[in-house]
Design a protein around this ligand. Structure first.
Ligand code: NAD
Ligand code: TYD
Length: 365
């Protein structure tokens, strides 16, 4: 039986991972530590909140004594560290929070793990898994080979620089102190509970309301899209089969230019409006409700400063050594994600009108 501390478990990927793990390991203990920033939402854990195996703690990863206390009192042997500031655009406007959470916060987690697991020897075996990003490797040209685990770090945004720094700290704690760490660097995730300021959920919500779909620059920037369920399976593989000290790339094998991706999403929406007439009344301001194409909402806007041109990830190491394989194609993943946002309007409406944040502030001061 594994006893996990999942940081950032109320965020997008962390919450998906909590659902995944409780589904595949129903007897395990899962403690979620999350500060519930704008990106963290207890609504993401609504359907599992009454599971006796799950404990939620509102707290900050920079609070080292709190992390140590949780590791001790729950006899936790595994950390899956998701908590971070994660939005590149926010890092451009306000980098400080990224250094505080991603660098200092990760260091706080490492210090706590070292104290309880290595100095106090509170558990027999342990694992510190750090969730990172392909953005640490920088930007690729159109013909460059995909990032491997050996690609030189060249982060370009305050976000990716802060994640790169945290990766280096994790590596150093393994080499210097012998902490049993693993790192996974993954590509752009999408799927349920994705906060509607990132590309895919923003486009879904905007097109449903007939609002512009802002494409930065020429829309030719390329991302490799990874369905969050594949990412969760990948992390599970790293925990079960990965070797301490190792790094694994996890990708979706689905490179797409942003413009093409948004056009595909628009086509998915147009088909959904044809198949589900109730959408016409529910989203009357969407072009699709008038039989027009959602893609007419696309608008090219000023580019993001320092916008990385292309990310592509080579995950052959994870495939070879861990048996990882992405299962969800981009086409199917976009259809499922669009359907999820249609069926779970309570979720994104609550996130966007701030009602969850107000609820959190009254219940978790
Ligand atoms: P997210 O922004 O949706 O969630 C982050 C979570 O961390 C939130 O619940 C937030 O409340 C919590 N948090 C933030 N600061 C905290 C602090 N100081 N203490 C405790 N909790 C805090 O992020 P996400 O998209 O789910 O990303 C999760 C991890 O995966 C991050 O480390 C990110 O760098 C990495 N990653 C994300 C993507 C992606 O496409 N979203 C891709 C590659 C890697
Ligand atoms: P994003 O979801 O912010 O992820 P990241 O920057 O971490 O890759 O953006 C994905 C891509 O979409 C990125 O190239 C920026 C672009 N983008 C837009 O063109 N318009 C938008 O409104 C947003 C949020 C992103």
């Amino acid at each position: 039986m594994t006893r996990l501390l999942i940081t950032g478990g109320a965020g997008f990927i962390g919450a998906n991972f909590v659902h995944h793990w409780l589904g595949t390991h129903p007897a395990d203990r899962v403690v979620v530590l999350d500060a519930l920033t704008y990106a963290g939402n207890l609504a993401n854990l609504e359907s599992v909140k009454d599971r006796p195996e799950l404990r939620f703690v509102r707290g900050d990863i920079r609070d080292t004594p709190l992390v140590e206390q949780l590791l001790r009192e729950e006899r936790l042997d595994t950390i899956v560290h998701f908590a971070a500031e994660s939005h590149v655009d926010r890092s451009i406007h306000g980098p400080d929070a990224f250094i505080e959470t991603n660098v200092q916060g990760t260091h706080s987690m490492l210090k706590a793990a070292r104290t309880v697991w290595l100095t106090e020897r509170a558990v027999r075996e342990h694992r510190f898994h750090h969730v990172s990003t392909d953005e640490v490797y920088g930007s690729l040209g159109p013909e460059d080979p995909a990032f491997t685990e050996a690609t030189r770090y060249a982060p370009n945004s305050p976000y990716s620089a802060s994640k790169a720094a945290s990766d280096h700290l994790v590596r150093a704690y393994h080499h210097t102190y012998g902490l049993a760490t693993t790192i996974s660097n993954c590509s752009n995730n999408y799927g349920p509970f994705h906060f509607p300021e990132k590309l895919i959920p923003l486009m879904i919500v905007n097109l449903l309301h007939g609002r512009a779909l802002p494409i930065y620059g020429d829309g030719r920037n390329v991302r490799d899209w990874l369905h969050v369920s594949d990412h969760c399976r990948g992390i599970e593989r790293v925990l079960e089969r990965g070797k301490p000290g190792e790094v694994y790339n996890i990708g979706g094998g689905a490179e797409s230019e942003n413009l093409a991706l948004v056009e595909t999403l628009c086509a998915v929406a147009d088909r959904a409006f044809q198949q589900r007439p109730e959408l016409i009344e529910a989203f009357a301001s969407s072009p699709a409700a008038r039989g027009e194409k959602s893609a007419t909402l696309i608008q090219f806007v000023k580019d993001r400063p320092g916008h990385d041109r292309r990310y592509a990830i080579d995950c052959s190491k994870a495939e070879r050594e861990l048996g990882y394989k992405a299962e969800v194609t981009l086409e199917r993943g976009l259809q499922d994600t669009f359907a999820w946002y249609l069926d779970q309007q309570w979720w994104w409406r609550g996130v966007m009108d701030g009602s969850y944040q107000r609820w959190i502030e009254t219940h978790y001061r």
